[in-house]
Design a protein around this ligand. Structure first.
Ligand SMILES: Nc1nc2c(ncn2[C@@H]2O[C@H](COP(=O)(O)OP(=O)(O)OP(=O)(O)O)[C@@H](O)[C@H]2O)c(=O)[nH]1
Ligand SMILES: [Mg+2]
Length: 258
């Protein structure tokens, strides 16, 4: 734990600007106030990037933008995957740069799209990306433009479990492929998803169900059956966790007091 923050501190120390990447589906849950505080304490300028904007309506993005701005923070929303809003990102980095060339440190929880953003800035695939959370293991310095050097970092992984299983999934602390028991995580995640998007099950799986029976229905729809015809709930749960990290499962968490 201490080690994680020492690492985050060290990379932030090396940069001129800190780019904090969060998942636009749930910015509050995927921001790291510790990293923000570190940036502030070390006198680094911070830019919040709401990534995966393609998964959320513009209305929500604008509300979140206003929310961060009202707290005096710089923020842009982009879809690194579909290259939307990325010009605004470059403009913001340039405006914040205390010197040229500027070194930008990209931080955030696993799976929020840090490496994808770096590839976009570079214009080609230099930072490996994957739907598997925790993909980037070491730091990688990339000269993206003549005036811009970016540092890719591993997701802030060694954060302790929040105690809230849904939050653990959203923060990329759970690997759908290797987690021992995916069922409680998937169940907690679905509960949160359905709170903010009651249509999520229909949209994603074409099933109508309450949360208690959702895994059963999803497993049936996906034909994940055991011998004898019972649904393979474990497999259904992994599908749900995977659909979160690949962006198939959606909701929009509203900013506080909206
Ligand atoms: N829908 C959508 N998916 C995205 C976007 N940006 C990244 N992704 C996807 O999110 C997954 C994770 O992306 P990465 O760039 O590897 O994320 P990371 O933050 O570097 O993850 P770690 O290295 O594990 O910390 C990949 O499957 C990407 O294709 C985006 O703007 N929209
Ligand atoms: Mg990465």
């Amino acid at each position: 734990m201490k080690e994680t923050w020492r690492l985050v501190r060290r990379v932030i120390e090396d940069g001129d600007v800190v780019l904090e990447v969060v998942d636009a589906r749930d910015p509050e849950a995927t921001r790291s106030k510790e990293a923000e505080a570190l940036a502030e304490r070390l006198g680094k300028r911070l830019l919040v990037v709401l990534n995966k904007a393609d998964l959320v309506s513009r209305e929500f993005l604008e509300k979140w933008k206003a929310f961060f701005e009202s707290a005096g923070m710089r923020v842009v929303y982009i879809s690194a995957k579909y290259r939307r809003g990325t010009r605004r990102l470059l403009v913001s980095i340039r405006e914040l740069a205390p010197r040229i060339p500027v070194t930008v440190v990209v931080v955030g929880y696993p799976n929020v799209g840090k490496s994808t953003i770096i590839n976009y800035l570079k214009g080609r695939y230099v930072a490996p990306t994957s739907p598997k959370p925790g993909w980037t293991r070491g730091e990688q310095l990339v000269r993206a433009k003549s005036w811009l050097v970016v540092l890719d970092t591993p997701g802030i992984v060694k954060t302790p479990s929040t105690g809230d299983l849904a939050l653990d999934v959203i923060r990329g602390l759970v690997d759908p492929g290797t987690v021992d028991d995916p069922v409680p995580y998937a169940y907690a995640l679905l509960k949160r998803v359905l709170t903010y998007n009651p249509n999520a099950l229909r949209e994603t799986y074409g099933v109508v169900s309450d949360v208690e029976n959702a895994l059963e229905e999803i497993g049936r729809a996906k034909r994940k059956l055991l011998k004898g015809g019972r649904v393979n709930i474990d497999e259904a749960a992994r599908i749900v966790l995977r659909d979160w990290v690949t962006g198939k499962l959606r909701y929009s968490h509203p900013p506080p007091n909206v």
